[in-house]
Design a protein around this ligand. Structure first.
Ligand code: GLU
Length: 289
């Protein structure tokens, strides 16, 4: 175990992000209850160790799409697709939360829902309120379960993907570790699904332009929105805010306690606090370049 990995054992405020493709069955799009249950058990156990836990979860649109029996959004006009996605997220978020509530209750934990948009961060009063709510919930021992408020977030005000959202949440709650659970082991020099020569990167000491260039647009899944590109944007937000970040494969949810035990899982991005990093400004400018 490397010394830097060992330090992860001392992290006290942890944000975990899980994507839609990790929460649903590929064949049917239905929720993968076993995976969700394992996730909730792991998070509850981390909470029982006295650590603060925040879960950023996708899956609202995927769940709603399934309930409403919609095959594809892309066959429709952009406006119609947007309206349907928002309707699906409304149905799906309730389902998702109902499942989390039930599972967390089994482990004697209190789950609390927080839905955010870009404005939650850009607007000073909203950000202040959100910060206070998170702090209070954590103080009371609850586990905030966060998603983007897709029902009202149109392109102009959306964060757009939960990788970015989870890093924003980590910065807002002054977390000391962000874990992105994904369908990939971590960062590779190139897309390993296409390039067999791609090499795995265990640790990123400083997020240079070379690393940022390793982001790929596609995820290989058709339910989530985050590819490696959004994970690297998340890494930028997290590390500049002074937060370590790990990307790891969600195929075995047990990876969570191994990461927290300091084991060498996934890719570790080391915090490099940048005092000039302005979160509201960064969020305001998202999607503008
Ligand atoms: N907020 C979206 C949902 O819950 C997912 C965004 C993402 O996949 O990153 O369905």
């Amino acid at each position: 175990m490397s010394n830097l990995r060992k330090l992860i054992q001392d992290k006290n405020r942890i944000v975990v992000k899980i994507g839609s493709s990790s929460l649903t069955h590929k064949q049917t799009g239905d929720m993968d209850y076993i995976r969700m249950e394992k996730l909730v058990r792991e998070l509850s156990d981390i909470r029982n160790q006295g650590k603060d836990v925040v879960l950023v979860t996708s899956g609202a649109i995927a769940a709603g799409k399934n309930v409403m029996k919609i095959k594809d959004f892309n066959t429709r006009s952009q406006a119609e697709a947007m309206a349907m996605k928002q309707a699906c997220s409304s149905v799906g978020q309730a389902r998702l939360m109902m499942t989390y509530q039930r599972l967390f209750a089994e482990y004697n934990q209190i789950a609390a829902q927080i839905l955010m948009t870009k404005n939650t961060i850009v607007d000073n009063l909203n950000r202040y309120n959100a910060h206070n709510t998170f702090s209070q919930l954590l103080k009371m021992g609850a586990i905030p379960v966060v998603n983007e408020n897709d029902t009202v977030a149109t392109y102009e005000i959306e964060i757009g993907d939960n990788d970015t959202l989870s890093a924003i949440v980590a910065a807002l709650v002054e977390a000391d570790l962000l874990i992105l659970l994904s369908d990939i082991d971590g960062l590779y020099t190139d897309d390993p699904r296409k390039n067999p020569e791609a090499r795995f990167i265990r640790q990123v000491d400083e997020l240079t332009d070379e690393y940022m260039g390793m982001g790929k647009e596609s995820t290989g899944s058709n339910v989530g929105t985050g590819g490696m590109n959004t994970k690297l944007i998340a890494a930028k937000i997290a590390t500049k805010s002074g937060i370590d970040m790990v990307i790891a494969n969600s195929s075995d949810i047990g990876v969570l306690h191994r990461i927290l035990a300091g084991e060498d899982e996934g890719t570790l991005f080391l915090a490099k606090k940048d005092e000039s990093f302005d979160l509201p400004e960064f969020v305001h400018n998202l999607h503008k370049t």
